[in-house]
Write a new protein. Structure first.
Length: 473
């Protein structure tokens, strides 16, 4: 009589502790640590965005150069996010998390040092920005290793029944970090460090996270076969989480990792998946929507800080501008969380509906934001737009995921991560440049991008019913 498949997959009966882990998933302490890894990175970057417009004004450089200083890092993110996701499958999740945090700490610390000596007048503004751009590139080069590793670590240690919830919790830490960062930024402007205080503060927090990671997180011993997916926004209720995770019963018994060697095996599905082309007709409309909508979001974010300084008359006092800019960014982050934690799951919005409704709100928010002259109106307009982008980004991410088969999930997640990064290569600088020439041209371009996505959505994107049907096949 042939052996039972489950017996072949697990030649030795699991111990009581292993069985308990299978039922309970990852212990809360480890989950909190993984949550912190992503949260620290997100909070540090949004805190930096809160003070950079004021720093640029204090240096006396044109706004567009501040935005361009991020471009090289964003370009590196596009190229290396898929690379780190693949390497995480082979070299282990914990090591990739450590690399990501080291890149974050090095970037924040060195950027802070470069800006500090520039603000002190020891070097010129141009050299200051060049040094800032070089140091910032460390985040795009190394920092992109952490998010896919965290997600894969969680997916490989949680049973199917708990996996979607666990992944949503981890990915939502990015959204929470975007709230915490702007909230803390004005409080971290210390007398001695000035506007560079948030850089050094979050570099120190990152060092603490690295130490905790090394001491508290066990080495890679995945209990469920999976592979890394780079992620950007919470999955919400769009269904991507259900499709983007491997089910244990879908993995051949002979390939189930009963006794993995340090998490270095590739799943059989990932190893045999066909090459997924960028022009594949299943994903091309979703990727194009993500690129155009991402440009609208990146342009809005790039303009936000400088618009606050202009409309509130704070160009002569850059330090005073950090507070209002932080308020606007924080309101936008809260609105994004409302979309991803509230509207999508409560209303059970599918990818196409999320994408179209998000872009419609983006148009309304851009109009309000572009015409407001007081802090209340500016914050309200930015929040409406952020609510729309909070619906749009999980929508296009889930749509791309649901459009392809399970073995192709790793490839499509890398392409989505690259699209997200590509939106920040030049779009923020383009938005600031257009805004500097004419307010209405800048916001008209943002609105045009949103409308273009709506047109693609109506004519090219698959319906939610069709996507869910394909996911169930």
């Amino acid at each position: 009589m042939p052996p039972d498949p489950e017996t072949r997959a697990s030649p030795e009966p699991p111990s009581d502790s292993a069985a308990a882990l299978d039922q309970s998933g990852i212990p809360r302490g480890r989950m909190a640590l993984l949550f912190t890894v992503v949260l620290v990175s997100a909070a540090g970057n949004t805190a930096m965005q809160s003070v950079m417009p004021s720093i640029g004004t204090a240096l006396g450089v044109a706004d567009v150069w501040i935005s361009l200083a991020y471009s090289w890092s964003a370009l590196l993110w596009v190229g290396f996010a898929p690379f780190w996701a693949r390497r995480s499958d082979r070299r282990g999740r914990k090591a990739m998390m450590a690399i990501g945090l080291v890149g974050f700490v090095a970037s924040m610390g060195l950027c802070g040092a470069a800006l500090y000596i520039g603000l002190a007048g020891w070097i010129g503004p141009l050299l200051t920005l060049v040094l800032f751009a070089v140091c910032r590139s460390l985040y795009g080069l190394l920092g992109s290793a952490a998010p896919p590793a965290v997600q894969a670590y969680v997916a490989s240690r949680t049973p199917r029944a708990q996996r979607t919830q666990a992944l949503s919790l981890i990915s939502s830490s990015f959204g929470l970090g975007t709230v915490i960062g702007p909230a803390l930024a004005p409080l971290l402007i210390f007398p001695l460090l000035g506007l560079t205080g948030p850089f050094f503060a979050f570099a120190a927090i990152g060092i603490i996270a690295i130490i905790a990671l090394r001491l508290r997180l066990p080495n890679d011993e995945p209990r469920f076969a999976t592979h890394a997916y780079a992620f950007d926004a919470p999955y919400g209720g769009s269904g991507a989480g259900r499709h983007a995770t491997d089910r244990a019963e879908d993995i051949p018994a002979d390939d189930a990792p009963a006794q993995p060697r340090r998490g270095q095996q590739l799943t059989a599905e990932a190893a045999t998946a066909p090459e997924l082309a960028w022009t594949d007709r299943r994903i091309l409309p979703w990727l194009l929507s993500g690129l155009l909508g991402g440009h609208a979001q990146a342009m809005m974010l790039g303009i936000a800080g400088f618009l606050v300084l202009d409309r509130l008359g704070l160009r002569d006092d850059p330090t005073a501008g950090a507070g209002p800019v932080s308020i606007v960014l924080m309101m936008g982050a809260v609105a994004t969380l409302l979309a991803q934690w509230g509207l999508i799951p409560v209303m059970n919005l599918g990818p196409r509906v999320s994408t179209l409704s998000g872009m419609a709100l983006g148009v309304v928010g851009a109009v309000v934001f572009g015409t407001a002259t007081q802090l209340h109106g500016i914050a309200l307009g930015f929040a409406i737009a952020a609510l729309g982008f909070g619906l749009f980004r999980p929508g296009f991410t889930a749509g791309a995921s649901l459009s392809v088969s399970r073995p192709e999930q790793g490839q499509v997640s890398g392409k989505v991560a690259s699209i997200n990064g590509a939106s920040y290569i030049y779009a923020p600088a383009l938005g600031v440049w257009l805004y500097g020439h004419s307010d209405w041209i800048g916001f008209a371009t943002i609105i045009a991008f949103c409308i273009a996505v709506m047109v693609i959505g109506w004519t090219r994107l698959d319906s939610d019913a069709a996507l869910m049907a394909s996911a169930d096949d």
